[in-house]
Design a protein around this ligand. Structure first.
Ligand code: PLP
Length: 458
């Protein structure tokens, strides 16, 4: 700090985190981060980690990418903030054009936000305002799936006390209808996978009819599940059937590509695997790959224009379209596309998935290995045949994450299948991972599984 400051910031006491002023969701604390480069991270003691989950599936292009750092430095020299009511800014314009070019035809309007929850909120609110603008005020229900995760902030508006801001979106905090996520791998019936896929999609139609189609605004889904389902991929038949049902009932189809977008599943958007054009797309995470808090809602003219004609979109965030964040996002996406990182995710993802699958021979408590590209998950079970979950008190996936962490490998975990039904870990390294670096995941992970096996007594 400059000498003129009347105070000096103390050195961060890394041993004294118990007395930290910071708090997060839980008491758990980790070592202090020092630096990161490529697929590696170092804590302040010098210990090196392989970032096997890209943080929370964020750092798609790896850490400290020099091209992105230079783009950010150059933008910082010019301006770091210009409020959208006062100035347009070139990084936001350029990034919006780049994103529109990367998205399916027609999805060419881009609304910037600072994260995934904001991108989802923006999709829900644009959908609602569109319905009002075209005389469909009765449509307000948003069907989603369980389990699923779409963000943390949905209640913010419910406690906003300005009628002009809240009235268009009433009723607030309504419990929205849910249908089961297509967990076809768990079903023990005589149907083929494709038949199961259609069966799960048909549950959407049944729910729309149960609710009354004239009340249903949208259906929101993660095209490949994130941490809530453990990289759940539906059978191919699911995707076109869902699109067909939404079209038949005038329900907007929202793809939450916050985790799957920006190349993680092997294509720029996961939607591309099935040739689906959703009505709205939410993006974040790999979109700016951790270099800046940034996300986006992508929408077609046909939804945006009626809203504009009826007074504009009653929604926005102070930091939205921030020039520094957008310069970072543009450089990240240029790196992503220019280096064909989605292609690398597909190629390395296939190899990594095959290696993870091979672990089943050695560890009977690995029930399923699934995912697409470098969005991969390993589900841990008591019995692979019946997919019976491990006892919840074993905390098997959480233990595995800790055992891997001790061995310098960062992975991610969540309990699956709603409430408590099972455990999985997410293995989602940066898309720049090379073939040689696969061993840097497999060796510590195998070692951690051996230790877990001893602890579980299986
Ligand atoms: N949507 C999906 C599919 C996510 O995986 C997440 C975060 O994990 C979010 C939305 C929320 O994003 P954020 O945590 O950036 O608000």
């Amino acid at each position: 700090a400059p000498a003129s400051y009347a105070f000096a910031l103390p050195e961060v006491d890394t041993d004294g985190l118990a007395r930290s002023h910071l708090f997060y969701q839980s008491r758990q604390r980790r070592p202090m981060l020092d630096r990161a480069s490529g697929v590696h991270m170092w804590d302040v003691t010098g210990k090196r980690y392989l970032d096997g989950s890209s943080g929370a599936m964020v750092s798609n292009i790896g850490h400290s990418d020099p091209v992105v750092l230079n783009a950010m430095r150059a933008q910082m020299e010019k301006s770091t903030f210009g409020y959208r009511l006062h100035f347009e800014n070139a990084p936001a314009e350029n990034l919006a054009r780049f994103v529109a070019d990367l998205c399916p035809t027609g999805l060419d309007r881009v609304f910037f936000v600072s994260g995934g929850s904001e991108a989802v909120e923006s999709a829900l609110k644009l959908a609602r305002q569109y319905a009002l603008a075209v005389g469909q005020a009765s449509r307000f229900k948003v069907i989603s799936r369980y389990p699923s995760y779409h963000g943390a902030t949905f209640g913010a508006l419910a406690v906003t006390g300005t009628a002009s801001m809240t009235a268009p979106f009433a009723p607030m905090m309504h419990e929205m209808p849910k249908i089961p996520a297509p967990t076809c791998y768990l079903d023990r019936d005589s149907l083929t996978m494709e038949e199961r896929g259609r069966r799960y999609a048909d549950m959407l139609e049944a729910e729309i009819l149960r609710q009354g189609p004239e009340t249903v605004l949208a259906f929101i889904m993660e095209p490949v599940g994130g941490a809530s389902t453990g990289a759940l991929v539906a059978p191919d038949s699911y995707y076109p059937r869902v699109r067909e049902i939404c079209d038949a009932y005038g329900v907007l189809l929202i793809y939450d590509e916050v985790m799957t977008g920006a190349g993680r599943t092997g294509r720029f958007l996961a939607a591309e695997h099935w040739g689906i054009t959703p009505d709205l797309i939410a993006l974040s995470k790999g979109f700016a790959a951790g270099y800046a808090p940034l996300g986006a809602l992508v929408a077609p003219d046909r939804l945006v224009e009626p809203v504009m004609e009826h007074g504009g979109f009653i929604h926005g965030y102070t930091y939205a379209g921030n020039p520094l964040a957008c310069a970072a996002g543009l450089a990240v996406l240029q790196e992503t596309v220019g280096r064909d990182l989605p292609g690398n995710a597909a190629r390395i993802g296939d190899q990594l998935k095959a290696r993870l699958d091979g672990l089943k021979d050695r560890f009977p408590f690995i029930g399923d290995v699934r995912g697409k590209g470098l969005l991969l998950a390993v589900e841990l079970v008591a019995d692979r045949e019946t997919m019976t979950p491990l006892p919840p008190e074993k905390m098997a996936a959480a233990r595995l994450v800790d055992l891997a962490y001790e061995r310098g490998l960062i992975i991610y975990w969540r309990r699956t299948r709603g409430g408590y039904l099972g455990d999985h870990i997410m293995v989602c390294p940066p898309l720049i991972l090379t073939e040689d670096q696969i061993d840097e995941i497999m060796d510590p992970l195998t070692d951690a599984l051996v230790a877990l096996s001893a602890e579980l007594g299986v």
